[in-house]
Design a protein around this ligand. Structure first.
Ligand code: GLN
Length: 492
């Protein structure tokens, strides 16, 4: 392989460790790639070229002074612009935070920095992570590197597109109801939604606090394990972060799937799938079977309510979280005659239409008189979903489904119809509601449109090691069939 930006983080770490290349070389190569395709892809809201180079120099200096900067130091990273970063504008792709420069860093960003990862920039997203296409960004649309006339998925579309196009070796996103897994699938990269509480939410601009979770986008499964190792772990600044010593995920890759029981989720793997998605998913399952997994079908009837439950709970939490943008403490302020008018003018000007829709939905379902009927019922149905998972995991080690029912769609195709857009997440929301873990791994291109398809491998809470083992085994045997890791950036 010729250019440094084309290497995986695992490969680069090895080269950096032996001193064959410097962190500055790697960072320069990635930055050059970033600049050369950014006009086409538009993955970044803010590019932090100077910070990246300064950090790379620091890592090199440590190495030449005989200090150990850590196993992955010097591999540049991009962060979804929902992680606040000290001294670097952090917008959540909203006008209301257009000029917000935080005075502190999120724990995930701080841990990337502590691991020695030069920060390339902050990537585009749907405003406050509300969406499935990145079309809800208040700034611009990000394009899918596999076909520039299609969306990259969302809400972490910028991070997914940046990794797919080689503008970043790896990136972080957040997943509330699919926002890592779905764009990973649509852009042909690996994406992990870790167990709720595994990665600190401190400094992640909040959308739905009982669901939000950070995770990696990478080019292969090993890189995802490496990056998760760097960011996971308890954080005293986040009371919901789990007080556990997590195992090394990078050390959990080997072992294969021989004898593993893998359940195909009937409700997510049958009707309503695009034909090419079904073809690639069925093939992926047969690969796992050939590798020795015991495949069975499993029905989780409550999944039928997944979207309804998610779109009551997530907006309810969002309506409460977003109350803090009042024109007083953060970002935008539009003056009015009194505080009420100022508050209302600020929010009217600062929030986009999807965010307003969510605030209204959430406020309604939480209001006295409707609470039991909507929010309370949704919480009960959430419990049913958790119980269905428990039953399934009594029988199976892992569950699988396609990550997304379709491949990437065209710009504007779903924007007029929120319900169709919401259905994009149908395969992803059950895991989020259960607080469990899932990974999306590329499993080829759909024959009809030559766009990437992903298989979603779901695991019970904290069983990331088993999830990584299966994902790695699948990827190893699947590789080579799909040599085109970097798409050519052409509009078709
Ligand atoms: N697409 C879903 C939504 O719009 C999920 C978003 C996310 O995971 N952040 O809410």
């Amino acid at each position: 392989m010729s250019e440094l930006w084309q290497h995986t983080a695992g490969q680069l770490s090895a080269l950096l460790g032996t001193g064959e290349v410097s962190a500055v070389d790697v960072t320069e190569s990635v930055l050059e790639r970033l600049r050369s395709v950014e006009d086409d892809v538009k993955a970044f809201i803010t590019i932090t070229e100077d910070e990246a180079k300064a950090k790379a120099r620091k890592v090199d200096e440590m190495r030449s002074a005989g200090e150990d900067p850590g196993p992955i130091a010097g591999v540049p990273v991009a962060l979804k612009d929902i992680f606040v970063t000290k001294g670097i504008r952090s917008t959540a792709a909203s006008k209301i935070l257009e000029n917000y420069v935080p005075g502190y860093s999120s724990t995930a960003a701080a841990r990337c920095d502590a691991a020695g990862l030069p920060l390339l920039g902050k990537t585009n997203l749907d405003e406050f992570a509300m969406g499935s296409s990145t079309e809800n960004s208040a700034y611009f649309e990000t394009r899918n590197p596999w076909n520039l006339s299609k969306v990259p998925g969302g809400s972490s579309g910028g991070s997914a597109a940046a990794v797919a196009s080689g503008q970043a070796v790896w990136a972080l996103g957040t997943d509330t109801g699919g926002s890592i897994r779905q764009p990973a699938a649509l852009c042909g990269v690996v994406g992990v939604k870790p167990t709720y509480g595994l990665v600190s939410r401190y400094g992640m601009i909040a959308f739905a606090s009982s669901l939000d979770q950070a995770g990696p986008f990478t080019r292969d499964v090993r890189d995802a394990a490496l990056l998760l190792d760097a960011i996971a772990g308890q954080d005293p600044k986040d009371a919901t972060s789990l007080p556990i010593d997590h195992p090394s995920y990078a050390a959990s890759l080997e072992g294969g799937v021989d004898g593993m029981r893998i359940g195909v989720v009937k409700e997510l793997a049958g009707e309503g799938l695009q034909e090419g998605v079904k073809i690639r998913f069925d093939e992926a399952v047969s690969v796992l079977e050939k590798l020795g997994a015991e495949i069975g079908e499993v029905s989780l009837p409550s999944f039928e309510y997944g979207i309804d439950v998610y779109y009551l709970i997530a907006p309810a939490e969002a309506s409460s979280n977003l109350a803090r943008y009042d024109g007083v403490r953060y970002g935008l302020r539009v003056d009015g005659e009194d505080i009420v008018q100022m508050n209302s003018k600020t929010r009217a000007a600062g929030f986009g239409p999807e965010v307003k829709r969510r605030i209204m939905l959430g406020t309604y379902s939480l209001s006295a008189g409707y609470y039991d009927q909507y929010y309370g019922k949704a919480q009960k149905a959430r419990t049913l979903i958790i119980r269905d998972f428990e039953r399934a995991y009594g029988e199976f080690d892992l569950l699988v489904s396609p990550t997304s029912p379709t491949t990437a769609f065209g710009f504007g195709e779903r924007t007029d119809d929120p319900l169709t857009m919401y259905l994009s997440d149908i395969c992803n929301v059950p895991t989020s509601l259960a607080g469990a873990a899932a990974i999306s791994v590329p499993c080829g291109l759909a024959p009809e449109d030559q766009m990437p398809v992903g298989i979603q491998i779901m695991a019970k809470a904290l069983d990331e090691p088993t999830m990584f083992r299966a994902a790695y085994a699948f990827e190893q045997s699947f590789r080579g069939r799909d040599s085109q890791i970097f798409p050519e950036l052409v509009s078709r």
